[in-house]
Design a protein around this ligand. Sequence first.
Ligand code: ASP
Ligand code: MG
Length: 415
Amino acid sequence: MRTQLVVQKFGGSSVANPERIKRVAQRVVDTKRKQTHVVVVVSALGDTTDELIELASQISQEPPERELDMLMATGEQVSVALLAMAIHELGEDAVSFTGAQVGILTDSTHTKAKIVDISAHHRIEQELLKGRIVIVAGFQGVNLNQDITTLGRGGSDLTAVALAKALKADVCEIFTDVEGIYTADPRIVPQARKLSAISYDEMLEMASLGAQVMQARSIFVAKRFDIPMHVRSSFSLREGTMIQKTAKSMEDIVVSGVTLQRDEAKVTIRDVPDRPGMAAEIFKELAAKGINVDMIVQNVSREGSTDVSFTVVKSDLPATLRVSRSVAHRIGAGEVTTDEEVAKLSIVGIGMRSHSGVAAKMFEAMAHERVNIEMISTSEIKISCVIRKIHAERAVRAVHRAFGLNHAPMRRKHT
Ligand code: ASP
Ligand code: MG
């Protein structure tokens, strides 16, 4: 059997200070000593990236994105060097690289570049064959002009997945400050359980619904190339959650998780003329401004007009209002109102494809708590409801319980 090759990614919180860097070094060295080739990807220390952005904002309100990338990429360069030193202290050989050095080639979309190729993976392979641990700066690449680019916030995950693909790694381990993927946020649902496995599709939904464990783009790439991922804690040796193609054991689980999003606002355009083309008019204009609309509801029409409601992320609200008011005026609609006191509760699970009554069960759980549902959207593996924010946490607990996701109290002490 060939030597195992693992890519291990450590996020900012895992390398927030020298003590933690030493701990990561120990963990990497332990893996290496199990006859494994290890490629490590690290993020910037703690909140470094936020601090660098803040620093830039004190110089300029709109810094050139090329320069912002130049600045942000320094964060990860600090981490790789320090981790290499820490590994040397433990008696192993390690070598650190920037994204450019290992040929992480991207397009030129500064601050959210896409990886096109990893051209220098032979260099990594050579170093591994010499018995070295290879450390690569996450989140950064280089475009065809040799300008430094970054891959969007949380982009170290993407670096790790892309390297796992290029090097044909056996597994890509994502080390973070939680134990894995949970059936719900444990801060809201203390009985939430850690999932041992989850499918790429479910994980994609959970990530886009704000379960901030992994960057959504990286999961998309992992799915496309079928790269097995293991999300686990950098502070414990326990197994975390495997992200993979559908596993047999997952088949009888209808719902894998309940998520809550509180960063969306609801916008309503009143008295929209009930004629063909009105919805197109509104949403075309919003799309042209780069505004992503999430849920849409059109009420039954009365006397030739109807109310159209939709949700957007709060940061897009000012632009959305501007656009909506001008379109409303043009098409002869009424006033535009906003509501920020909403939350979106979703259930995710590939099992619901083959189970009927899932939506009914979800709505019933909320009805039982006297929570009113204002908007609904469904897909093959997800049902989302917009509700009042003040009821959100109670509703999450009720839905989580209704789908049998709560930890069995008897078994709790054994896990
Ligand atoms: N340091 C970058 C960020 O904070 C990349 C990462 O953490 O993955 O977004
Ligand atoms: Mg970070």
